[in-house]
Design a protein around this ligand. Structure first.
Ligand SMILES: *Cc1c(COP(=O)(O)O)cnc(C)c1O
Length: 509
């Protein structure tokens, strides 16, 4: 396919603007030549070429609206369209972020209610919706942990991170100046309690734990883990990226977590991938409330104070259209930065508001029972896949999983030199987005499958059929699998070269 620059022809345009009705000036004299549009290599195309170009591009993309997308740890669930219908309401899209509180009451109420919903669902005292993604939420959480110990006058330098953790966990710890120390998993795929006991000193600020962890396994000793960390004055951080596994079943606050981040774009069905916006709310227990980012939303119970002006018209008659005025002081919801121990702002404005609206819509349309049912179906679907594929792929931790299951391609490597990456590429030929591969790092040749609750039994069956067919191909025709994908516009790309020496510039030939 050609680049849009390559179909460009001088003088073509997709825009038709009326003739200017202001006097022309010499722009070169006014602002200097380097800013002239004509000097930029911008494509010039007619509307039909523009539409065809991007429509064709979109047809080469893959999304959850197109097919099964079992990308482990990413929760690529279907995003109900009602979320979009609500998020485009003009009151949500049209409000200026600097509008005074009195003109933003509806939107502030939504933010406030979303915080309350999340606090209830996760058993935390309070939430902030400011962070823009999960990793950003982690950073926010660790900044609060740091401030908590500063305030206590304790110098703790270490954060413990299990060997199964997502890479953003040690990154968040390191960004805040902590030393990160790896905590081993036991043979069951849980925290090695003895190792935790030996590492947990007065120098440890926190343990960052994902539960269920990235093996898709629930931490059976979670209460013991919390007790050990708290026993030495440390805090328990929860990476909530896997929250789709326990909605309505258990609450991190009740399990002993002091702070957690969520990924609304995963658990609460707002579209993600492709660099789209995310939202990474952070929930805290009582110990960390004072350190939450500002501004925080506060609810005043005095209610609206409406007064009405009744302007008179030219004839001295009172207008029948009174102008309402809401008294700001008594407005129900307001932003406040009056929290002296806060870590400050972590993002401009108030987070990715539009994503929050979608996630709020999802929560309100499913309700408490619906969320619980979603979790039950997500766990059932993952276990169904696990059991169906178990005879064909190695399963390093063979126990009931939560919302995702992790296989290993070791058997295929030993049999015929077919690697997990080959299996993933071959799945593309069968019409599926590949699962997450080579993560978590503690599983060799990892294949991490997360089906989510929104997929039917038929979809799971045909996907498992494809995986089983590939396992057979790997035995009988390994070269075919090693050359996959065979049905795509390009086959194997040099991923290392693409990452090390990205060529993102178009050069005029
Ligand atoms: C996705 C994920 C993150 C990071 O979240 P982003 O929203 O992508 O920044 C952190 N931890 C785990 C376990 C994840 O799956």
């Amino acid at each position: 396919m050609e680049l849009i620059f390559e179909i460009s022809k001088p003088g073509r345009s997709a825009a038709d603007v009326p003739a200017s009705d202001v006097p022309a000036i010499n722009i070169e004299n006014a602002i200097g030549k380097k800013y002239l549009r004509g000097d930029l290599d911008l494509p010039e195309v007619a509307e039909i070429d523009l539409i065809r170009h991007y429509t064709n591009l979109s047809r080469r993309n893959f999304g959850v609206d197109l097919g099964f997308y079992p990308l482990g740890s990413c929760t690529m669930k279907y995003n109900p369209k009602v979320n979009e219908n609500v998020a485009v309401l003009p009151g949500f899209t049209g409000l200026h972020p600097y509008a005074d509180d009195e003109f933003a009451q509806g939107n502030l109420q939504l933010i406030y209610e979303m915080q309350k919903c999340l606090s209830n669902i996760f058993g935390m005292a309070e939430f902030t919706l400011q962070p823009a993604a999960g990793a950003h939420g982690e950073l926010t959480g660790v900044m609060m942990i740091k401030k908590y110990f500063e305030k206590k006058g304790q110098k703790r330098r270490v954060i413990l991170i299990p060997d199964a953790a997502h890479g953003t966990n040690p990154a968040s710890g390191a960004l805040c100046g902590f030393d990160t120390v790896e905590l081993r998993s036991n043979s069951e795929g849980g925290v090695d309690i003895e190792h935790l006991q030996s590492l947990m000193t007065d120098d440890v600020a926190a343990l960052m734990l994902t539960n269920p962890n990235t093996l898709g396994l629930f931490e059976r000793n979670i209460e013991k883990v919390a007790q050990i960390v708290h026993g030495r004055g440390g805090l328990l951080y929860g990476d909530g990226a896997n929250a789709n596994a326990f909605l309505g079943k258990t609450r991190p606050g009740d399990l002993g977590f002091d702070v957690i981040q969520l990924n609304l774009h995963k658990t609460f069905s707002t579209p993600h991938g492709g660099g789209g916006p995310g939202s990474g709310p952070v929930g805290v227990g009582k110990a960390l409330i004072d350190f939450l980012p500002v501004p925080r939303i506060i609810k005043k119970d005095s209610g609206y104070d409406w007064s009405e002006d009744h302007p008179k018209n030219r004839d001295g008659e009172t207008s029948y259209l009174p102008i309402p005025h809401i008294n700001l002081k008594d407005s129900t919801y307001a932003w406040s930065s009056d929290f002296p121990d806060s870590i400050g702002r972590v993002r401009s404005f108030y987070g990715n508001f539009n994503v929050i609206v979608k996630a709020y819509t999802y929560i309100r349309s499913l309700g408490a029972e619906g969320l619980k049912r979603a979790t039950e179906m997500a766990v059932l679907n993952a276990n169904y896949i696990k059991e169906k594929l178990k005879p064909y792929f190695d399963l390093p931790y063979d126990r009931i999983c939560m919302h995702e299951c992790v296989f290993s391609g070791n058997r295929q490597v030993a049999q015929s030199g077919v690697h997990t990456s080959d299996i993933a590429k071959r799945l593309i030929d069968y019409g599926y987005h590949p699962p997450t591969i080579y993560f978590p790092l503690i599983v060799h040749e990892a294949i991490m499958i997360e089906p989510t609750e929104t997929e039917s039994k038929e979809t799971l069956d045909t996907f498992c059929g494809a995986m089983i067919a590939i396992a057979k191909e790997a035995k009988e025709n390994p070269d075919g699998v090693k050359n996959a994908p065979l049905t795509t516009p390009v086959s194997r790309l040099d991923e290392v070269l693409a990452a090390r020496k990205p060529d993102v510039c178009w050069k005029k030939s």
